[in-house]
Write a protein that binds this ligand. Sequence first.
Ligand code: DGY
Length: 311
Amino acid sequence: MRVFVTRSLPGEALNRLKERGLEVEVHPGPLLPREELLRKVEGVVGLIPTVEDRIDAPVMDRAKDLKVIACYSVGVDHVDLEAAKARGIRVTHTPGVLTEATADFTLALLLAVARRVVEGVDYAKAGLWKAWHPELLLGLDLEGLTLGLIGMGRIGQAVAQRALAFGMRVVYHARTPKPLPYPFLPLEDLLQEADIVSLHTPLTPETHRLLNRKRLFAMKRGAILLNTARGPLVDTEALVEALKGHLFGAGLDVTDPEPLPPGHPLYALPNAVITPHLGSAGRRTRERMAEVAVENLLAVLEGREPKNPVV
Ligand code: DGY
């Protein structure tokens, strides 16, 4: 029985598959061309894809023996869940283990944007640092600012806890209000009130371009946008415009398109801090994600209920 893994994964988890007698093929990366992915999945019973691999009906149809797609991610927008359901293929993901790492990274982006860390680094490296000046690269003081979280699952709540430690006020919007000690606001109210808007909602047809042009410009003048969730939640073209005067800045760990091609207008903006989808990139976190994906995959193949089913 064969399992295909679309990237090499940190840690030892994949050895467990071999110990159970499975034949494992690992594509080291980068992204497999579509044709090659279609060829590689032929005859596999298990697939471990990453967020960049589009696992849709044609892929599933080529993988006639496929029983489980064990995503190496919490987000599953790269998998056609309906197609999987229709074919009786189980889909699992890795919630929980990456919560703290992603929340940490959200704060890293917030600090980088608010305190103009990247601009400061570039300034120093360019040899422009000749003297200390009281007005050099002034940023935003976080204490007392309002953080508006859109999406209040595990990661949103972990970001909220960290924001409190910085003396910020937290408000949130989610599909339904939750029993939490933060005010729930309708989306349009949150956009008007928040000094910082941070996205923590899954990408679905309903949330695609949730922050469209109208909503981006409905954000407070001088606010910050953070996106560690999924790029297509935001209208990129409108964001470029909003960053040229309306917003203070943006911290983007995810983009649309992703990867963001060299020369993209976002790169030219000093107030956009862009990182290559690193939210969960703590070594221990990425190892645990591999363990969870492997455990889910084995559970399905061994006839047990997986711990983290999506379909
Ligand atoms: C996820 O898990 O969905 C992240 O985007 C990658 O870790």
